[in-house]
Design a protein around this ligand. Structure first.
Ligand SMILES: Cc1cc2nc3c(=O)[nH]c(=O)nc-3n(C[C@H](O)[C@H](O)[C@H](O)COP(=O)(O)OP(=O)(O)OC[C@H]3O[C@@H](n4cnc5c(N)ncnc54)[C@H](O)[C@@H]3O)c2cc1C
Ligand code: SF4
Ligand code: SF4
Length: 367
């Protein structure tokens, strides 16, 4: 439960401080908080002292270690990557899924399989609109809808607003695909003492994430360079490429990352999680192998789903070589260190980590 705070505190502590990730957890749970593209605002104070909004938000105080114990059933396996049962590389066996997906298509393949096999009844997914730019979320039900959301959009999206909307009707066994801040908010919702439709979520599939872009500035940047050309795919290849690749109806254009860094959401600089440590399974790229994903299985539910998907020929896996694994650990640890340093720079107080409640041991292990 939060610390007895409501929407005015959310506005003061999170929105006004540039900490909002636009996850959408506080949207569609009351009439007073709205989102327009990725901008969330309290449009009227509600006066409730213990609001769901404050309780669910991934940027209000959170005991990360306690949440990890609740979700994964124990202490993290390691500081860099959190709790896990296995780490491998994987890809969808269906070539059409791989063709339409961002990398190896594991997310689309697993979600399709989970829906078709009855493991979940529906899934909250995120797909692009506005010429392929601004992401929007929708509930996918049995049918081909999962594949329509394939591909990554590097803009922050209020994905959980759709979960709140969809669960206004009673639903069971929902799946959610989200980036780490969304998965953190989802777990806060699920473990909250407040009533929420998020308690009907059965499967959380997390994506890796280093940062996301704000809509407004990035849209203006792209409009200035590409006009009204439709965008069909965005990609950020691994270092040393250092570019954003934009596929359009008229061809492929590359922009140096330095030209777009100014549009990264400010809150990403205090984000502690690169690999969605609280998900059932987490999925990211494999450096240098664009048809494959890194697949981290974290919970018994994720483990049995992945085992069935493998046995039934939905995905295949191979071991991830030590060099790539070491690099993943290093990247994840570096993100945590950068976040702590930035937070302490902001607060000016070593013991004030803004939203994070970290044990001394967890903190010592980082440096
Ligand atoms: C903002 C962002 C930053 C990322 N940064 C990294 C990174 O630094 N390193 C890395 O290894 N991987 C990163 N990823 C993950 C990577 O791009 C792929 O999503 C992941 O590897 C899964 O690949 P796939 O082929 O299985 O995906 P697909 O099968 O194509 O499925 C992609 C899924 O992503 C979801 N999605 C798309 N855009 C968004 C969004 N904005 N918010 C929430 N969900 C979305 C869709 O619902 C879809 O189901 C990032 C993804 C996003 C959205
Ligand atoms: S719950 Fe999500 S959308 Fe709402 S203020 Fe917090 S980070 Fe922003
Ligand atoms: S870096 Fe963190 S806060 Fe920023 S979009 Fe990714 S998960 Fe969310």
């Amino acid at each position: 439960m939060g610390e007895g705070k409501g929407s005015l505190d959310l506005e003061k502590d999170v929105l006004n401080e540039g900490l909002c990730t636009s996850c959408g957890a506080c949207v569609n749970i009351c009439p007073y908080i709205k989102v327009v593209t990725d901008r969330v605002a309290v449009i009227e104070p509600c006066g409730i002292a213990e609001g769901k909004c404050y309780d669910f938000c991934p940027r209000t105080p959170t005991d990360i270690s306690a949440l990890n114990r609740t979700v994964c059933g124990g202490e993290p396996s390691e500081t860099s990557l959190g709790s896990y049962i296995s780490i491998e590389m994987a890809q969808a066996r269906d070539s059409e899924i791989r063709r339409r997906a961002q990398y190896g298509g594991v997310v689309s393949a697993i979600m399709t399989y989970a829906i078709n096999s009855g493991e979940i009844g529906s899934a909250v997914l995120t797909r692009p609109f506005d010429r392929g730019l601004m992401p929007t979320s929708a509930l996918a039900e049995p049918g081909p809808q999962v594949l329509e959301s394939a591909g990554s959009n590097y803009l922050a999206s209020a994905t959980l607003a759709e979960l709140n909307n969809a669960t206004k009707q009673p639903r069971e066994a929902i799946g959610v695909v989200g980036i780490p801040c969304q998965i953190l908010a989802l777990r806060k919702m699920q473990t909250s003492q407040h009533e929420t439709g998020a308690k009907a979520v059965k499967l959380a599939v997390g994506l890796f994430c280093t940062w996301a872009l704000s809509y407004k500035g990035f849209r203006e940047f792209l409009s200035g360079r590409l006009g009204t050309t439709a965008i069909t795919r965005l990609d950020i290849p691994p270092p040393p490429a250092n570019v954003l690749v934009v596929h359009t109806g008229n061809g492929v254009v590359e922009f140096p990352l330095d030209e777009i860094r100014g549009y990264i959401k400010p809150t990403c600089s205090v984000c502690f999680d690169m690999t969605s440590e609280l998900a059932d399974i987490s999925v990211g790229m494999v450096e240098g192998l664009e048809d494959w994903n890194t697949l981290i299985v974290r919970t018994p539910l994720g483990e049995q789903l992945v085992a069935r998907a493998k046995a039934e020929g939905v995905i295949e896996t191979q071991s991830l070589d030590e060099a790539r694994l070491a690099h993943l650990r290093e990247a994840s640890l570096n993100k945590k260190r950068r976040a702590i340093e930035e937070i302490v720079r902001r607060t000016g107080d070593e013991s004030d980590l803004l939203y994070m409640r970290l044990s001394e041991t967890d903190r010592r292990n980082l440096f």
